[in-house]
Ligand binder design. Sequence first.
Ligand SMILES: CN(C)C(=N)NCCC[C@H](N)C(=O)O
Length: 286
Amino acid sequence: MTRRARRALVRAPSPRLADGLVTHIARSDSVDPDRALAQWRDYCSALSAAGFELVEVDPAPEHPDSVFIEDALVVVGDLAVVTAPGAPERRDEVIGARAAARALGLEVVELAAQDGSAKGEPARDEPARDEPAGGEPGEPVHLDGGDVLKVGSAVYVGVGGRTTQAGVQALARAVAGTDHTVEPVPISSTLHLKSQVTALPDGTVVGFPDLVDQVSAWPRFLAVPEPEGAHVVVLADDTVLMSDAAPRSADLFRSRGLSVIEVDVSEFVKLEGCVTCLSVRQHPFD
Ligand SMILES: CN(C)C(=N)NCCC[C@H](N)C(=O)O
């Protein structure tokens, strides 16, 4: 089995970060673009120190939320799915992400082209699996990468915020040729699925219960004591990266034998972001 490269795509924050979208939180009047740039550089250094090859997507200073590159591209194995962001203001952020994925020689597919109409039903040599129920007829295909949580071969997709049922079905079509299965997870409490849950290297799903729409949906769930403790980036099978604003959660992970790298992402949290939003990672642990 060829070992996949450990790459992380990142994109420098826009000087207009403070104008980014906020949905479930109040807009902050203290976003500091210079501090955000310093925090972004520290985040990139942590990924690089963990062995990731950093690939910089061209900055898009005209797009305030462009640093949240996770929403523009979903990597599943060697497939790079260009998303169809749910917020109109963010749609053009995919242009630079698409170009970077192509330059890496990844197999690039367009989510928006997976709506099933152009190609009719995908050719199958077995009855169609119980694909996620399709959206309402004519429902637009939208999906943000922040709604996509990969746990082993399962790809959980948050529906109800930026991502539509039609977007989930389109992703299921896009990854039909891989060994991944796509499962919709209704959300309403948070902006994205990964605003409320992420997964530890062993597949345990972590979340701050007050913000998790359906704790029972997660067979292996670990409650964390702080909201930002729900956001981890897997750096290795024994190491995670997370915000430095959740020290009790970090200690909980350490008590489970994990090494924990803590970074300051305060300026991005003010725009409803978190540590997963700032990179698209391609590595064996995804
Ligand atoms: C996991 N999360 C939260 C993300 N991948 N994206 C954060 C996007 C925040 C941006 N201001 C917006 O509202 O789109």
